[in-house]
Design a binder for this molecule. Structure first.
Ligand code: MG
Length: 192
């Protein structure tokens, strides 16, 4: 099976670090009543921030967080197990759109943690659909519910939800809360 995995919030624990940093930034700059919706995945949509403020916040934090956030618990272990089960692993991530340096950081972290086991690493994927189609992906794993909704008609979709993000009510999209549940999902598929 060809499995495509998102990086931020699925393999790397960056989204939670961004949540911490954005909360502190918001409170310190705008007080306690500036949040719009805590379920939003993107900080740009969680607060009443100007686009300039968002850009400054992002560029101030992005490299530090991407370098130090580390891996989501179980990601390394289960990715290796999925590969051993005979699956082909792909990364499809928007990382790198802001800066090429993000790609170097990602490749280095994967290499240094002995998890550079992917058939292909697709960065700067603004539109994931075309890569899912061209690489004949069977399953995608993403923490962005909208991306799961957009792709559910062309492949199986697993919504990785380990934060306040939106609840999934769509029966065609599988929700998991940790990498152990991802392992269970693929073991069940293999035995059917
Ligand atoms: Mg993500």
């Amino acid at each position: 099976m060809r499995i495509a995995i998102d990086l931020d919030g699925v393999i790397f624990d960056t989204e939670r670090y961004f949540r911490v940093a954005s909360e502190i930034e918001d409170v310190n700059n705008f007080g306690l009543n500036n949040k719009i919706n805590n379920n939003e995945l993107k900080f740009q949509e969680r607060y009443k921030w100007s686009s300039k403020f968002c850009d400054d916040f992002y560029s101030k934090n992005v490299f530090k967080i991407e370098k130090t956030a580390g891996f989501i618990p179980g990601a390394i272990k289960v990715l290796k197990m999925l590969k051993e089960l005979g699956n082909e692993l792909y990364i499809i991530s928007a990382r790198g759109i802001f800066s090429e340096k993000q790609i170097d950081i990602s490749n280095e972290l994967l290499k240094n943690n002995d998890i550079d086991i992917f058939k292909k690493k697709i960065y700067k994927a603004e539109n994931k659909r075309k890569y899912v189609i061209s690489n004949k992906i069977d399953v995608i794993i993403d923490d962005n519910l909208q991306i799961c909704k957009d792709l559910k008609n062309i492949c199986k979709t697993i919504y990785f939800k380990d934060a306040p993000n939106y609840e999934n009510t769509d029966k065609d999209i599988k929700t998991v809360y940790n990498w152990g549940e991802i392992y269970r999902y693929f073991k069940e598929k293999n035995t059917k």
